[in-house]
Design a protein around this ligand. Structure first.
Ligand code: NAD
Length: 471
């Protein structure tokens, strides 16, 4: 059984008296596999104090030296890639072959990318008689979720350090392996004490203590919209800068004339990745009413190819969900949707004998106002909505409190682009175009505030300062 019982503060691993502890269960075997001691406000105090002491030195360190530390941290993470991918698979259920690539190798490689980008950005400019410089915001509290743990930490910690900020990380208590691996990679890189600190604790205890701490200058939060609102409210009291990456209920519009076979295949992949535990999962599929039957047939056939099973096995396409609680929540959403008049397009599948599985599910005849079309489910559930006209499709796609991602499929690229420009979402793929890790990532409406990734991600941690120069 793995033991996670320390904080990483001021450059060293430290024991503490836990406020509580948690046993994590393997998402497939359902057996306990890790024990976590939860820290509280006392450890947050120590971590913020260490960060405060480290700030002047780190923000004054030449950029090229800061970039070298980032490179070393990324290389150290890559050395732990295989055991880390296995741990994350146990925690969240993603098939191991995907975890290697998406959960570990991509974020480990992103540290090098931030190091390069930081060197290419402009930190000083002249506007009339003013010298305008970009200064690090200060102490950043990074609060992250469990579904892509290393990616979400990297998207905050790497650009914050590159910008000259110091960090206290409070990862999800449900998927701690990546946070401990990151702290170890930081330790081995020789980063000066206090520049990076790790406190693992419950959101409503350690997370709130961080968001409220008067010495924290910025809170960068990724997680549910409900927790994000709470964190933003607490941070507002201290007039802190807040960045929020929250939930989604993203829509794909399939225009008449689109390659249906390709669009349906992508729709299933974009919804079922990580068993639907993805903030950008495309969970609403809008299809022309006169092609609904054809789409339904393709979706039924395609969903059957998502083999459930042991996520460590190479033949598994759909792993279990993170916990029994999450599985029950998703099953409740499906039952409610069927009771509200939706129909099941997918045939009944046989679940593996253990593991927190939800079968790949495609629901048809979904009403755009219903809970299954409006609320984030975080499971492998695709809601299909038929539309009569393009105007109606755009209105349905935008009929959501969320605005994180979207997709458009069409035979004519220019037409698809025109439709994409009318969607209120932060990132939109046309005809299955690939994710771009350098493009800004973030949400409209209740999906968040601010942008991560690439140069936009570094700018989040910079504060402009104008110095008026005498003639
Ligand atoms: P969550 O909101 O429960 O927890 C996220 C983090 O916030 C955890 O570290 C948690 O401990 C902490 N937290 C919870 N309550 C808090 C509070 N009151 N004060 C301070 N911190 C608190 O989310 P989750 O279940 O870990 O992750 C799933 C959610 O995250 C989904 O809604 C998903 O859409 C969202 N998400 C968004 C993005 C994005 O980039 N937009 C990416 C991944 C996940």
């Amino acid at each position: 059984m793995k033991q996670y019982a320390q904080t990483y503060i001021d450059g060293s691993w430290q024991g503490f008296d836990p406020l509580a502890s948690l046993d994590l269960k393997d998402s497939f075997t359902e057996q306990p596999f890790a024990h976590i001691a939860l820290a509280g406000a006392a450890q947050v105090q120590l971590a913020v104090a260490a960060a405060r002491r480290a700030f002047d030195g780190w923000s004054g360190t030449p950029l090229e030296q800061r970039a070298q530390f980032l490179r070393r941290i990324g290389a150290n993470l890559a050395k732990q890639a295989e055991p880390l991918a296995e741990q994350i698979t146990r925690e969240v259920g993603m098939p191991l072959k995907l975890s290697r690539r998406i959960q570990v190798n991509a974020p480990a490689g992103a540290w090098e990318s931030y190091a390069q980008l930081a060197g290419q950005m402009e930190y000083a400019s002249q506007i009339g008689h003013s010298l305008v410089t970009q200064e690090p915001v200060g102490i950043v509290a990074c609060i992250t979720p469990w579904n892509y743990p290393l990616h979400q930490m990297t998207a905050k910690v790497a650009p914050a350090l590159a910008a000259g900020c110091v960090v206290v990380l409070k990862p999800s208590e449900l998927a701690p392996a990546a946070a401990y691996a990151l702290a170890q990679a930081v330790h081995e890189s020789g980063l000066p004490p206090g520049v990076f600190n790790l406190v693992v604790g419950a959101g409503n205890v350690a997370g709130e203590a961080l968001a409220a701490h008067p010495d924290v200058d910025m809170v960068s939060f990724t997680g549910s919209t409900a927790a994000g609102k709470r964190v933003a409210g607490i941070a507002a009291d201290g007039v802190k800068r807040v960045a929020l990456e929250l939930g989604g209920k993203s829509a794909s519009i399939v225009l008449p004339g689109a390659d249906l076979a390709l669009a349906m295949r992508h729709a299933l992949g974009a919804c079922f990745l990580n068993s639907g535990q993805t903030c950008t999962a495309i969970t609403r599929l809008l299809v022309p009413a006169d092609r609904y039957d054809e789409c339904a047939r393709l979706l039924q056939e395609g969903a059957a190819s998502f083999a459930m099973g042991d996520p460590m096995e190479s033949g598994t396409r759909l792993g279990p969900l993170v916990s029994g609680q999450q599985r029950d929540r998703v099953q409740d959403y499906i039952a409610q949707a069927l009771a509200a008049g939706a129909t099941s397009i997918t045939s009944r599948a046989i679940l593996p004998p253990h593991g927190y599985f939800v079968a790949p599910t495609v629901l048809g005849g979904v009403h755009p106002d219903s809970a299954i079309a409006q609320e984030e489910v975080f499971g492998p559930v695709l809601a299909v909505i038929a539309y009569q006209s393009e105007e109606e499709a755009i209105a349905i796609a935008n009929h959501s409190n969320y605005g994180l991602a979207a997709a458009v499929w069409g035979a004519d690229r220019g037409h698809a682009l025109a439709v994409a420009k009318r969607l209120r979402a932060g990132q939109i793929d046309i005809n299955g175009a690939a994710f771009n890790p350098l493009a800004p990532f973030g949400g409209f409406k209740h999906s968040g505030v601010g942008r991560e990734n690439g140069a936009f991600g570094i700018k989040e941690f910079l504060e402009p300062r104008a110095i008026q120069l005498p003639a």
